[in-house]
Ligand binder design. Sequence first.
Ligand SMILES: NC(=O)c1ccc[n+]([C@@H]2O[C@H](COP(=O)([O-])OP(=O)(O)OC[C@H]3O[C@@H](n4cnc5c(N)ncnc54)[C@H](O)[C@@H]3O)[C@@H](O)[C@H]2O)c1
Ligand SMILES: O=C(O)[C@H]1O[C@H](OP(=O)(O)OP(=O)(O)OC[C@H]2O[C@@H](n3ccc(=O)[nH]c3=O)[C@H](O)[C@@H]2O)[C@H](O)[C@@H](O)[C@@H]1O
Length: 377
Amino acid sequence: FQSFVDSGSRYFSASWGGIQWEKQVRNSAQIHRSGGMSVLVTGAAGFVGTHVSLALKKRGDGVVGLDNFNNYYDPSLKKARKSLLNSHGILVVEGDLNDAKLLAKLFDVVAFTHVMHLAAQAGVRYAMENPNSYVHSNIAGLVTLLEICKSANPQPAVVWASSSSVYGLNEKVPFSEADRTDQPASLYAATKKAGEEITHTYNHIYGLSITGLRFFTVYGPWGRPDMAYFSFTRNILQGKPITIYRGKNRVDLARDFTYIDDIVKGCLGSLDTSGKSTGSGGKKKGNAPYRIFNLGNTSPVKVPELVNILERHLKVKAKRNIVDMPGNGDVPFTHANISLAQREFGYKPTTDLQTGLKKFVRWYLSYYGYNNRKGLQ
Ligand SMILES: NC(=O)c1ccc[n+]([C@@H]2O[C@H](COP(=O)([O-])OP(=O)(O)OC[C@H]3O[C@@H](n4cnc5c(N)ncnc54)[C@H](O)[C@@H]3O)[C@@H](O)[C@H]2O)c1
Ligand SMILES: O=C(O)[C@H]1O[C@H](OP(=O)(O)OP(=O)(O)OC[C@H]2O[C@@H](n3ccc(=O)[nH]c3=O)[C@H](O)[C@@H]2O)[C@H](O)[C@@H](O)[C@@H]1O
């Protein structure tokens, strides 16, 4: 097959199909532990997708990845993550969520027990530049995927990434799952909130087991170059200034930065407790779980403090340019109440920002070849 799909910002082609391809898909989905699961991981070449795929494979679950390798940020980093996954026996199929034929084919080849849906247009501020990419991946792509899941026989359980940004202008802290989420501050947040409601209808009408995870600003090795901790590191090392946003009345912005390994544990815990979908072939036969969990660190840190920590690890002073928050969709602070996830599957983050950034910096220096330069070890 040759499929041509609109990935939001460009057209590209991806080859799939054929006996050889099907064999590769089946091999990758093979389960190597009793009671294991076969998981379709969307966004597998992304930051979180790579880590979750590796963790699933490591414990003996079958994993097939899907990613469109779009150019929102450097696709060569996505290709490098794909190579890492390949070296662990994980196939990443190149294709778009909106390619219903490809998705149907994947479900023909493998009876996936679970879908870990992480593919999305991420990033809060980019929504002002390219709003349609959010509609394409986070709304249209989500519906295409759910349509396939609903009709699959057996139906998989779906665990997917929502976002802490759904709390929007909510001022009650810490953020709890029962709090208001009807005042989004960005189109990104609005599409994630829409995702929570769209998935609810598929749970209600078709009996799909749904778990939405509200991740709080995730960071770590193999991370996303568009995020502050990553772009600050790049600029500090290159001697370029960094821009630090400041809130109303000169109040520092703060985030509940959460280390990737803690997020991975939360994803696996969610998959393990997701229960079963109850429908088959598009018909509901009983009620299935619909759950939403915060996955944060419960320990917010101000952005200037994030920069202090990076300076210490990099042993380089940042050139700080402090400006008022430009009304670009950012919220002033985030802070997760994680008691629900703690109760349901023992979620307990263990990595503080200092420790997590050390691991990130070590990876960054090695990946970008800084290790042989003086003063950076
Ligand atoms: N990293 C965070 O801080 C954070 C916080 C909250 C929520 N999230 C959510 O978690 C998920 C993973 O985020 P991430 O940080 O790994 O982002 P990421 O951009 O690194 O990963 C997403 C991957 O999805 C792929 N993708 C995008 N649109 C696609 C489409 N239409 N079809 C197929 N593939 C597509 C991209 O190529 C990318 O590799 C996303 O849903 C994101 O919105 C992330
Ligand atoms: O938790 C979430 O739901 C969101 O977390 C991050 O969004 P954000 O918290 O904005 O993460 P960064 O882009 O890394 O920004 C972190 C902080 O640094 C600030 N910042 C960012 C960029 C910059 O140049 N300067 C700056 O001060 C931001 O205002 C924010 O307070 C991810 O980018 C989103 O995809 C995700 O959905």
